[in-house]
Design a protein around this ligand. Sequence first.
Ligand code: SF4
Ligand code: SF4
Length: 243
Amino acid sequence: MSSEIIVLNLTEKSTLKDKVAELLPDGGNLNLCLTCGACSSGCPATGLENMDPRKFLRMAALGMDEEILKSDWPWMCTMCQRCIYVCPMKIDIPQLIYNIRGARPREERPKGILGSCDMALKNDSCSAMGASPEDFTFVVNDVLEEYQEAQPEFAEMEAPIDKQGAEFFVNQNSREPVTEPDEMVPLWKILHLVGANWTYGSKGWGGENYCLFLADNESWEHITRTTSRQADTLGCTTYLNTE
Ligand code: SF4
Ligand code: SF4
């Protein structure tokens, strides 16, 4: 454990915490912390950057906005929601963290997440790798043909794209068609063996939504609407998110 001393400037007011509280129902209960530590005990990001959710909330409550904005810890939160789940006061720490991410200028947010979000905005695939609908269609058909020929028991297996009236709209990890195309096949086999009526979409097949983790609301909405619109256009009744 670090013995770093935190110096408080108690003349400051927490503007960040108060602003986030205004956005949330019941203020996200952000002022109700009992300091019990339950949130920190189950948080996968506890200990990273010498931080944990209880400490983070305390810093926000003490008005340490500058330190909070400078910290990279909010970007290590997985948004898993364990903290709010175990919190006796149901304090919405994930929303506090999300909005603090959003308070950092977009171009200064972590490059990996930023780049993946921007890639997903490049075309209608919504793929974090930037793969186009045409490239995806080519790879899927190519791999399918290969397996149909090599494994006669799967000669009838399908990997449909834009199949009208399919029950399940299935999305796909973006890396697989680009770097590990064979990794797509086990799911196809399962869907084939259970007789599922499914399809990918040529639009919105990319399963990740890095724009959500970037706290870029507009882009997050764009990705979500592109994929759900395609599912609706095809008449699919169930959206199967593999990510
Ligand atoms: S679990 Fe809730 S009440 Fe307990 S320290 Fe964490 S935020 Fe505070
Ligand atoms: S949502 Fe973030 S802060 Fe809360 S438990 Fe998960 S990783 Fe930790």
